[in-house]
Design a protein around this ligand. Structure first.
Ligand SMILES: [Zn+2]
Ligand SMILES: [Zn+2]
Length: 696
C-alpha cells in the first residue's frame, strides 16, 4: 500500500528544542501531518523502541531516510548525531559505505584505519514500534606492519559517528553493504559465525594473508590521494592535540631517508621556521609557521573530513541551513550537574600557550558557568564578524560545548586584541578585563562610583586600598571592600551586576596580607549610595553615617557605622566621640520600613603565584561545587617542541573549608589542609562576585 510505504519512509531528527520537550538530536518517525504543518508520530529511545509520541513542528525537524535514521539512532549522545548530520559529505559517504571500504575511526584518543566488514542491526527484530539501530563491524588495520590485526577478541561495534574519514570509493571495488546480522541488544552475543557469506568466501578464496597487500595498497593510495602539495593536513600529537596547515612541500630532506612534509600552519608556533629546515629553505612562508614532519605523521585535515571523490559529479553538498544556525547558536553556561563529567580532567578547559595564563584564567572564570555574568554577556553587542564573534564562537561556545579550547583559538583571539603585546606578553588580568568588557563586548562600566557624595568615576574592577592596621591579620573580602570604600569615602551608586574586586597587593610579588578569606557572600548594602541601611546599633533605618566611628575599638573596629538619629545622639555623647562629625545620609524611609539587604555571590577567584595565574570557579549553588583550573598544569614535550596540558580538578574540600566561620578559617593550620585550600587562601589576586537575585 502506498500509505504503508510512505509511513515507513518518513523519519526525522529534531534539530531545535521544541516546546513539547523533545530534545535536539532525537530521532523519530512521522505517521501523519496536521493541517498546521505539525508532524504526528513518535520518537525512539536509546534502545530503538518507541519512547514517546505526539506532535512536533515540522520546521523543528530535518527529514531522514530509514537507513539514515537507523545509523543515527546508534549514535550517542544525541548531540553527536547533529554534528555528524551537519557534516553532509562525510555522512553521505558513511551511508554509502561498502564492504572492505577503508575508513578512519576515532578510537579512544587514537585515529585508526579500519576496513568495513559488516553492517550490524541492533535491537529487537520485527517488533512493532521498534526501529533497529545500525552499527558497523570493522576490522582494525595495523598501520605499523601493514597487516590485518589478528585479534581474537571482537571489536565493539562502531557507530556512524565514530567514523571520521572515508576513503574514496573508487579505490575499492567491493559491493555495497547488505545488512547481514540481526542482534539483540546484548553486544556480547556477537559471534563470528554470522559473518557475511560474501566475506567468508572472499577469505576462503584469497587465503588469510592475501588481503594484507590490498590493505597496504589501499592505505597508500588513500594517503597518496589525500595528501599532496596543497592539501589541508593536520598533525596529531600523542594525546590528541592537533595543529592544522597546508602542505607546501613533500620530499626527502637532507639527511633523512623517508618522505617528509613541510606544512604552513594556520597559527604561529614559536619553534617553527619560515620554511627552513636545517640550513636549507624548502619553501617560504611567514616566520614561525613552517613545520616539518615525516609524511606519515600527517593526516588529512579532519575539519574537512570527507575526501571528495573525483569520479562523482555530484554538486557539493551544503549542510542544511537550519542545522548550521543551530550549531552556531550560543551555548549556555555549563550547568552545575554537568560540570564534573563535562569539564574535569586533563586537556580540559582553555589550553595555555606563550604567557597566556592571565587570559586563560580570566576567561575561564568569567565564562564557564557564571549565570550572572552570562546575562550581561548575552546582552552585549555582537557582530557577525570580528573579535567578539571569535570570542563567542571559538572560546566561549567551544569551552561550554566541548569542554576544551585549543591554544590556537586563544591565540586567534589574542591577536585581535589591538595591542600586539596581548599576544605575546603576560598582562594583568584587570587590564585584560577592562579591554574585554569595554572594547570587545562594549559593556557599560560595571561600577558607578560616588566619591565624597559626587558621582565621579566609572570602573570595571575595584582595587582594594587599605592600610594594614585598618583590618585584622586575616581579613575577609567583605572587610577589605568595606574598609577600602569607607576610608576613601566611596560608595557604589547602584548594585553592580558583577563585582570584580582586586586584592591589595603590589605587583606580582608583594602581598599585603599573607592570607585573605574569600567571602562566599558579599553584603554590599552598607556601601550602596542610595539604598536604605540599618542602624548599626538598633536596626532601625539609619540616618547618619560616621567615618570616625569606623575604627572605634568598642564598636567592632573596621565595620561601617551608620545610626538612626537616636543612636547617633547616644553614641556621640560619649566623651571620646564628641569630636565626631557624622554626616546625614541622603536616603530616608519611614522609620518602620524594613531594610533589604543586597548580597552578591562569589563565583570565581583568580590566584597568582610566581607570575602564574590559575583560577577557582564556584560552578553552582551547592557549597561544595568548586573546581580548580590551570591552563598550564602540565607540559608534554620539551620547552621547544611541546605544548601545555590544561587541567581542571574538582575541589569540594575548598567549599568545605569556606563553610567554616571566619574565626576557624583564619586560625586553620594550613599545613593540614589540601594544597588547593592553601592556594585559595594565600594566593588570591581577584575575587569575582555576581548578582543572583531577580533585581535585573
Ligand atoms: Zn539606632
Ligand atoms: Zn562617630
Amino acid at each position: 500500500m502506498e500509505l504503508d510505504k510512505e509511513r515507513q519512509e518518513r523519519y526525522f531528527i529534531v534539530v531545535r528544542r521544541s516546546k513539547k520537550g523533545l530534545s535536539r538530536g532525537a530521532v523519530g518517525r512521522a505517521d501523519a501531518e496536521t493541517a498546521a504543518g505539525d508532524l504526528i508520530g513518535m520518537v525512539y529511545g536509546g534502545s530503538g523502541s518507541a519512547r514517546s509520541s505526539g506532535t512536533v513542528k515540522k520546521e523543528d525537524t530535518y527529514p531522514l531516510s530509514r537507513h539514515q535514521a537507523q545509523l543515527l539512532l546508534f549514535v550517542s549522545p544525541a548531540s553527536r548525531r547533529l554534528e555528524l548530520l551537519s557534516n553532509v559529505q562525510l555522512f553521505s559517504a558513511i551511508c554509502d559505505l561498502a564492504q572492505d571500504d577503508l575508513v578512519v575511526v576515532k578510537r579512544k584518543k587514537d585515529f585508526q584505519p579500519c576496513l568495513v566488514k559488516n553492517l550490524i542491526q541492533i535491537g529487537k527484530k520485527d517488533k512493532p514500534g521498534v526501529l533497529q539501530m545500525l552499527g558497523f563491524e570493522l576490522d582494525l588495520v595495523d598501520t605499523e606492519q601493514d597487516i590485518l590485526s589478528k585479534k581474537t577478541v571482537p571489536l565493539p561495534f562502531f557507530s556512524a559517528a565514530d567514523i571520521v574519514q572515508v576513503a574514496p570509493s573508487h579505490l575499492n571495488t567491493s559491493q555495497p553493504l547488505r545488512v547481514s546480522i540481526d542482534l539483540g541488544l546484548n553486544r556480547k552475543a556477537v559471534s563470528r559465525i554470522y559473518s557475511m557469506p560474501a566475506l567468508n568466501s572472499r577469505n576462503a578464496k584469497k587465503g588469510s594473508t592475501l588481503s594484507n597487500k590490498d590493505v597496504a595498497n589501499s592505505i597508500q593510495a588513500m594517503s597518496h590521494y589525500s595528501l599532496e602539495v596543497g592539501s589541508m593536513a593536520e598533525v596529531i600529537s600523542l594525546n590528541g592535540l592537533t595543529v592544522y596547515g597546508v602542505i607546501r612541500w613533500i620530499g626527502v630532506p637532507d639527511g633523512k631517508k623517508h618522505y617528509w612534509a613541510g606544512l604552513e600552519l594556520d597559527t604561529e608556533v614559536t619553534t617553527c621556521s619560515d620554511g627552513t629546515l636545517g640550513t636549507k629553505q624548502y619553501f617560504t612562508c611567514e616566520r614561525n609557521k613552517a613545520l616539518f614532519v615525516p609524511l606519515t605523521n600527517c593526516k588529512p585535515d579532519s575539519r574537512f573530513l570527507f575526501i571528495p571523490n573525483e569520479n562523482e559529479n555530484k554538486k557539493p553538498l551544503e549542510p542544511p541551513s537550519v542545522l548550521l544556525e543551530d550549531l552556531n547558536e550560543d551555548v549556555p553556561p555549563v550547568a552545575e550537574r554537568d560540570v564534573l563529567s563535562h569539564l574535569v580532567g586533563r586537556m580540559r578547559g582553555i589550553q595555555g600557550h606563550f604567557n597566556s595564563c592571565y587570559l586563560d584564567a580570566t576567561l575561564f572564570s568569567l565564562f564557564t558557568s557564571s549565570i550572572g555574568f552570562n546575562r550581561m554577556f548575552n546582552r552585549s553587542a555582537d557582530s557577525e564578524e570580528g573579535i567578539s564573534h571569535i570570542l563567542r564562537r571559538d572560546i566561549v561556545n567551544c569551552l561550554r560545548r566541548s569542554g576544551f579550547v585549543p591554544a590556537e583559538n586563544v591565540m586567534k583571539f589574542r591577536k585581535q586584541l589591538g595591542c600586539k603585546s596581548f599576544a605575546t606578553e603576560e598582562k594583568d588580568p584587570e587590564e585584560f578585563i577592562t579591554l574585554l568588557l569595554k572594547d570587545v563586548l562594549h559593556i557599560e562600566p560595571l561600577l558607578k562610583i560616588r566619591a565624597r557624595g559626587e558621582l565621579s568615576q566609572d570602573a570595571y574592577t575595584h582595587q582594594i586600598i587599605v592600610e594594614k592596621n585598618q583590618v585584622g591579620a586575616v581579613p575577609s573580602v567583605q572587610q577589605l571592600l568595606e574598609m577600602s570604600l569607607v576610608s576613601s569615602d566611596l560608595k557604589f551608586e547602584e548594585i553592580p551586576s558583577c563585582l570584580i574586586v582586586q586584592m591589595p597587593r603590589f605587583g606580582k610579588k608583594f602581598k599585603m596580607f599573607p592570607k585573605i578569606i574569600p567571602s562566599t557572600e558579599l553584603d554590599i548594602t552598607d556601601v550602596l549610595h542610595c539604598s536604605p541601611r540599618e542602624c548599626f546599633l538598633c536596626g532601625h533605618v539609619a540616618e547618619y553615617e560616621c567615618d570616625q566611628c569606623l575604627m572605634d575599638h568598642k564598636l567592632q573596629p573596621g565595620k561601617i557605622k551608620q545610626y538612626c538619629s537616636i543612636c547617633n545622639t547616644q553614641v556621640h555623647t560619649h566623651p571620646s566621640r564628641q569630636e565626631h562629625t557624622p554626616h546625614k545620609l541622603t536616603v530616608h524611609l519611614p522609620e518602620d520600613a524594613s531594610v533589604q539587604r543586597h548580597q552578591m555571590q562569589l563565583f570565581a577567584v583568580l590566584c597568582i603565584n610566581t607570575s602564574h595565574y590559575v583560577s577557582f570557579v564556584k560552578y553552582g549553588p551547592d557549597p561544595r561545587s568548586w573546581i580548580f583550573f590551570d591552563s598550564m598544569a602540565d607540559r608534554c614535550g620539551d620547552d621547544n617542541n611541546g605544548y601545555n596540558v590544561p587541567v581542571i580538578r574538582s575541589c569540594p574540600e575548598v567549599g568545605d573549608f569556606l563553610s567554616q566561620s571566619e574565626e576557624e578559617i583564619s586560625t586553620a593550620d594550613l599545613s593540614q589542609c589540601s594544597e588547593l585550600v592553601r592556594r585559595l587562601l594565600c594566593d588570591s589576586y581577584m575575587c569575582l562576585y555576581q548578582r543572583t537575585d531577580n533585581h535585573q
